[in-house]
Design a binder for this molecule. Structure first.
Ligand code: ATP
Length: 236
């Protein structure tokens, strides 16, 4: 396996708040790695630092052998990192199709873009049926699917998924997690942030526990599922 992502000694502040303190993390090519932790632990902040939506105070982010710590976010997308943010953030007044096209903003070959839109429709048949519907009128689960599909439109090597199960009914969550598993089979590497640690650990290869901005535990997902500390704190 080769390292696709390596985070070294990362510190992030929001004004006076230290959100990340010396975070170290590795994602190998082809893995699904999950980051679990309580509310406010810094999970979303880690993803935002990787996709370059925020600037770290210290540390480095190496992607595919390249130091991207200070690169602009559009360049990071071009290099193959896509971020499906918490809260979905689809463009409510645009159609499903428009949202997907926007996800391909770094690309110019319209035939390829069209082919990729069709790929998303195969992966997410619910979106195909609703291609002309305004994204804001989709259900929560459909908006989550659209957010993931839009991220995939940049043909990422590394997909950052933030809380895909948030606020969704169990049946939809199962559907979305089965799609995430299919994605991994297509060779996309995934860094998954999830409140639902049980579910995340079932599809992940490895996990990290983040507590108050620090990584406190790392290991195989299967070991986490049997770890007393993880069980007590995160698996209910
Ligand atoms: P959740 O599961 O609740 O989303 P999280 O683990 O993703 O939590 P983050 O959103 O990364 O946590 O937040 C980490 C810390 O940074 C929290 O204390 C939060 O209040 C703070 N924080 C996050 N975004 C900002 C911001 N834009 N301005 C100020 N503080 C922020």
């Amino acid at each position: 396996m080769t390292k696709l992502l390596e985070i070294n000694n990362l510190f992030v502040n929001y004004g006076g708040i230290q959100a990340l303190k010396d975070v170290n993390l590795i994602v190998e090519t082809g893995e699904v790695v999950t980051l679990i932790g309580a509310n406010g632990a810094g999970k979303s902040t880690t993803l935002r630092a990787i996709s370059r939506l925020i600037n770290p105070r210290r540390g480095e982010i190496i992607y595919n052998g390249r130091n991207i710590t200070r690169r602009p976010s559009h360049e990071v997308v071009q290099l193959g990192i896509a971020h499906s943010p918490e809260g979905r953030r689809v463009l409510a007044r645009q159609t499903v199709l428009d949202n997907l096209e926007l996800g391909a903003y770094i690309r110019s070959n319209s035939a390829e873009i069209k082919a990729d839109i069709n790929k998303q429709f195969q992966l997410f048949p619910r979106l195909a049926e609703r291609r002309h519907q305004l994204a804001g009128t989709l259900s929560g689960g459909e908006q989550q699917m659209l957010a993931i599909a839009r991220a995939l439109m940049s043909r990422p090597k590394l997909l950052l998924l933030d809380e895909p199960s948030l606020g969704l009914a169990p049946a939809i969550v199962r559907e979305i997690f089965s799609i995430i598993q299919n994605l991994r089979a297509t060779g996309v590497t995934i860094l998954l942030v999830e409140q639902n640690a049980n579910l995340a650990l079932q599809i992940a290869d490895r996990g990290y526990v983040l507590e108050a901005g620090c990584i406190t535990l790392t290991g195989k997902a299967s070991d986490f599922l049997n770890d007393q500390r993880v069980k007590q704190a995160y698996l209910g």
